[in-house]
Design a protein. Sequence first.
Length: 147
Amino acid sequence: MTIKEYMTQNHKECDEILAQLENAVENNNWNKAIELNEKFKNETLKHFDIEENYLFPMFDEKASTGGCGPTQVMKMEHEQARTVFPKIEESIKEKDSDRFFGLSESLMILIQQHNSKEEQMLYTMIQNLFNDENETIIEALKNYEFN
Ligand SMILES: [Fe+2]
Ligand SMILES: [Fe+2]
């Protein structure tokens, strides 16, 4: 498996949990929604953390971006997504499905656009730069600890 495939797979896993969460809300299964929302939030924040604290710094160093360029834009978009999580949590607590779907739809669009930029551009650049270290990096990604 390549780094690009691993990270793309992780995007899909997060998308899948969000779809399950939307289903739970659709069915007024609020306990399930609380559980899935936690799972979605944790998986997504872990993914962001891997990028911000492992993959992006590695890329910035090797590509000599000086911390500017594509990773900076990606980090800004992570921040945008992070601001939505507490609102989604609130809407679930209030069992307000209209508010929930408004928020989840806009988050989904944001994440989809974000992920496709990573998959088409950034991950491809990372793969090219670190192809020789692929196995080591995959191991590090699998064992990544997020607190
Ligand atoms: Fe990202
Ligand atoms: Fe990503």
